[in-house]
Design a protein around this ligand. Structure first.
Ligand SMILES: Nc1ncnc2c1ncn2[C@@H]1O[C@H](COP(=O)(O)OP(=O)(O)OP(=O)(O)O)[C@@H](O)[C@H]1O
Length: 290
């Protein structure tokens, strides 16, 4: 399938800081992608470039095959929700929704109304007077109700309590299922969104260190638990990601796919095998100095 988002050797330098060094990937349409990485990895910089809000210092990006920078036709098809969204002075919640309705031809009023109620957002309150969580909720309402063909969320949940975050995840998934679109979600709460993500792109020190289907990533490590000597016997020769000693027992996370023979051997040694979370694998992929 033809990619809708492409980054080719994207670099970005801010007066001596190499925020992005050489980023390349291609994202397919109508999937939910996770853009993951540690603080300062370059995620926001990359999303701003993809949204046409900044230019790369090197390389290029294509959204629907076109350069998004100062491209009104492309901008109309992209909704970029970021944590530090700035709204015009004196705008109230209702004004933000009215402006978004004008901006996005795909805007769904019924979805906006439902989400405003779910987040308990006061329509006539000035945006400046909203709590941090309410400001995040407003961005989320716009991001979902816009139904833009490309929707990017950059850590959209700041200040949102767990129940409100669940409202976000449920609403995103429900609306995405009914109206598939390309979603890019940048988050540090990987375990919370793990089931939503179909593909993950992990950025570290301005480079892509992992770009794969989430399901494929999940199978690349396993946690082995049991009596220490038998665990050691089983893991001999494998790359260890993490080790926990629990008295006479040990829980060791090893890298590499387990074969059917490995599973039989583990059963014979009376060892327990468990999958490793996406979050742990991303932490491993981005370990080391930034
Ligand atoms: N306008 C700017 N001027 C100078 N340096 C910048 C600017 N914008 C970003 N940077 C630097 O570029 C690097 C990448 O920042 P970016 O905000 O893209 O990271 P991030 O992955 O979004 O981080 P976080 O997860 O903490 O939000 C950081 O070192 C940051 O300090």
């Amino acid at each position: 399938m033809r990619p809708v988002i492409e980054a080719r050797g994207v670099a970005k330098e801010f007066r001596g800081t190499h925020a992005l060094a050489d980023v390349s990937f291609a994202l397919e349409p109508d999937r939910i992608h996770g853009l993951l990485g540690r603080n300062g990895a370059g995620k926001t910089t990359l999303m701003r470039i993809l949204a046409g809000q900044d230019r790369p210092s090197g390389g290029s990006v294509a959204m629907f095959g076109a350069d998004p920078f100062e491209n009104a036709a492309v901008a109309q098809r992209i909704c970029f929700v970021r944590e530090s969204q700035v709204y015009p002075e004196n705008f109230r919640v209702g004004h933000v929704l009215a402006a978004a309705r004008l901006l996005y031809p795909t805007w769904a009023d019924d979805v906006a109304t439902r989400l405003v109620a779910a987040f308990d957002l006061p329509q006539d309150r000035p945006v400046k007077k909203l709590s941090r969580g309410m400001t995040s909720a407003l961005g989320i309402v716009v991001g979902i109700a816009a139904r833009a063909p490309i929707t990017m969320f950059d850590e959209p949940y700041l200040g949102l309590d767990p129940a409100a975050r669940q409202v976000f995840y449920d609403a995103l998934l429900a609306d995405f299922s009914a109206h598939p679109r390309t979603v890019v979600l940048s988050t540090h709460l990987i375990d919370e969104v793990a089931t939503l993500l179909e593909r993950v792109v992990v950025v570290h020190r301005g480079r892509v260190v992992l770009d794969a289907d989430a399901d494929d990533v999940r199978g690349t490590a396993a946690a082995v638990t049991g009596p220490s000597p038998r665990v050691e016997q089983f893991i001999a020769g494998r790359e260890v990601l993490h080790r926990e000693d629990l008295g006479a027992y040990a829980k060791v996370t090893v890298l590499g796919r387990l074969t059917a023979a490995d599973r039989v051997r583990a059963r014979d040694l009376d060892l327990e095998l468990a999958p490793v979370s996406l979050q742990q694998l991303v932490i491993h992929a981005t370990a080391g100095a930034r």
